[in-house]
Every structure is written in structure tokens, then in C-alpha cells.
Design a protein around this ligand. Structure first.
Ligand SMILES: *[C@@H]1O[C@H](CO)[C@@H](O)[C@H](O)[C@H]1NC(C)=O
Ligand SMILES: *[C@@H]1O[C@H](CO)[C@@H](O)[C@H](O)[C@H]1NC(C)=O
Length: 268
């Protein structure tokens, strides 16, 4: 009887330890992905979901916007939500809030002032926080601003002549090589298909745990294009659109509509 008792205790302890190890293991990651997004494409998708949606654009014309810094285990989209009690707190980022509005812009207008940053912190920031330079909300968001200044995709792409264009398409390899040649690492290029056309939506670059640039090799979504391994979800056989960011015309229409209604009322 006593023997069985020990067995049960032993079993219980081992199962518990294994569970704990597995839990910790799940929060491991290999590199940081810094993702910038192209506001026009994000907006297109947001409005596509629901035509009444409106978008908020970054302050600067034709500027990329930050999406997030994502700790990543190679070949997976993990980890995420590493500390469910350490929630986003607007007070922590107050000193840099204006900068965040300008370049870490919540394009999906109307979803709440802090919802985008709260999502990025709660899902990814809590996992990045094992590194000392990212171990507070202020540091995490400041590092994003800092990366953006250093690796602004408008500048990186323009160096190879890739600039926003409403009419002409770019080739996947030209975009990929533009980033690769300037930053000397392999990036990841992401597209979104809207109405049968491919639009550039995200460019991801990777950092090691010392926050030095590194190849994104091994992260999810890889494919070989003309014998060259390219990290992408884009269809290599179709051209990619990189259109100018347009300001949402909605407000002007509303004003115009009011004016017309008022004139009609006057003339009645
Ligand atoms: C989660 O975050 C809270 C608040 O910062 C902290 O006190 C706690 O130690 C964290 N838990 C883990 C498991 O890291
Ligand atoms: C990171 O970059 C710095 C500065 O370029 C360099 O001194 C350092 O050796 C690099 N760290 C690693 C681990 O490569």
C-alpha cells in the first residue's frame, strides 16, 4: 500500500514537472521579426471587410507604418501571450504616444485608440520582454520607433528605385533584392490579394537576440522563386502593386453631402 502511495506521489510530481517544462519550452524563441506594413494595402482590406470602415494613415505622406516586433521560433508563429497578467498600460507609453500615433499607426480606425498597441504588447511584447532591452512596455515600443528610424522601408526600397506607383507592378524578386542589397540580410515579403491583384502589404526583417540584423531564413512562409529561396507568401508569377497611400475621402464626401442637402433645402 505504502509503495503504491509513493508511486502516485512520484507520478504526480513528474507529470507536473513535465508540464512545467513544456510550458516554459513553449515560450522559447529564436529571433525577432520587425514588421512594417504598407498602409494603403491594410486600409484596402479593412474597407473590404466593411465599406463603412475608415482608415487612419501615418502622419507622413507615403510612409510605411510599424506593425510590431515579434519574437519567433523558426518554422512557427509561436510564441505568443507569454504573460497574460502583464497587460498593456497606456500610462507606460505616454511620453512617446505622439510618435506612436504618427508611425505605429492604428490604420483600422474606430477600433479603439489603444487596441492595436495593446494587441502587439499582450501577444508579442510579453514574449520579447525576456531580453533586457525590451523588458518594459516603454522599451518595447521605443525600440520599434528606433528600428523604424534606422530601417524605414520607404528609404530602403527607394534606394533601388522601388517607389509607390499606382499603375505599374513590381516583380517579387526586385522587391526582395532591393531590401537584401541595402540591408545585406534576407527579408520576408508579404502580399495580400484584393480583387485578384497582389498588393505589397508587409516587409519583415529579422534581428538576433543581441538586436543585430540577421537573415529571416527559417521563419514561416518560404518558397523558391527561379531557384532562389525567397521568404514570402506572394505569388511569384504575378506582379505586385505598391500604390500610393491615399487619404480616405470619406469625410469630404460627408461634408459635400451635407452641403448638397442644405442647398436642396434652400432651393425648395
Ligand atoms: C507577469 O508579469 C507580471 C507583471 O509584470 C510579473 O509580476 C510576473 O512576474 C510575470 N510572470 C511571469 C511568469 O513572468
Ligand atoms: C552586433 O553588432 C555589433 C555592432 O555592429 C558588433 O560589435 C557585435 O559583435 C555584433 N554582435 C554579434 C553577436 O554578432
Amino acid at each position: 500500500m505504502e509503495y503504491i502511495g509513493y508511486m502516485v506521489i512520484l507520478l504526480f510530481c513528474c507529470v507536473n514537472t513535465a508540464h512545467l517544462l513544456k510550458y516554459q519550452h513553449n515560450h522559447d524563441w529564436d529571433l525577432l521579426i520587425f514588421t512594417q506594413q504598407w498602409p494603403e494595402t491594410v486600409c484596402k482590406e479593412w474597407v473590404h471587410h466593411n465599406p463603412s470602415h475608415t482608415c487612419k494613415m501615418p502622419k507622413k505622406e507615403d510612409s510605411w507604418a510599424i506593425h510590431g516586433i515579434w519574437p519567433t521560433k523558426l518554422g512557427t508563429l509561436d510564441p505568443s501571450f507569454c504573460n497574460r497578467t502583464w497587460l498593456f498600460d497606456p500610462e507606460e507609453i505616454r511620453p512617446i504616444e505622439t510618435d506612436l500615433i504618427n508611425v505605429w499607426t492604428n490604420i483600422e480606425e474606430g477600433t479603439g485608440i489603444y487596441s492595436f498597441w495593446a494587441h502587439e504588447w499582450n501577444k508579442h511584447g510579453t514574449c520579447a520582454a525576456v531580453l533586457e532591452p525590451l523588458d518594459t512596455q516603454y522599451k518595447y515600443f521605443s525600440k520599434g520607433l528606433n528600428f523604424f528610424q534606422q530601417y524605414d522601408m520607404s528609404a530602403v526600397l527607394a534606394k533601388s528605385g522601388i517607389v509607390p506607383d499606382d499603375d505599374n507592378e513590381y516583380k517579387l524578386l526586385d522587391i526582395y533584392n532591393a531590401v537584401k542589397n541595402t540591408l545585406e540580410v534576407n527579408p520576408s515579403i508579404q502580399c495580400r490579394v484584393e480583387e485578384g491583384k497582389s498588393f505589397l502589404v508587409e516587409i519583415r526583417i529579422c534581428f538576433d537576440k543581441t538586436l543585430n540584423l540577421t537573415n529571416c531564413d527559417g521563419i514561416k512562409y518560404s518558397r523558391t522563386v527561379n531557384q532562389v529561396p525567397v521568404i514570402t507568401n506572394c505569388d511569384p508569377s504575378s506582379g505586385i502593386l505598391y500604390p500610393h497611400n491615399k487619404l480616405p475621402p470619406k469625410k469630404i464626401y460627408v461634408e459635400l453631402y451635407k452641403l448638397v442637402s442644405w442647398l436642396q433645402w434652400l432651393t425648395l
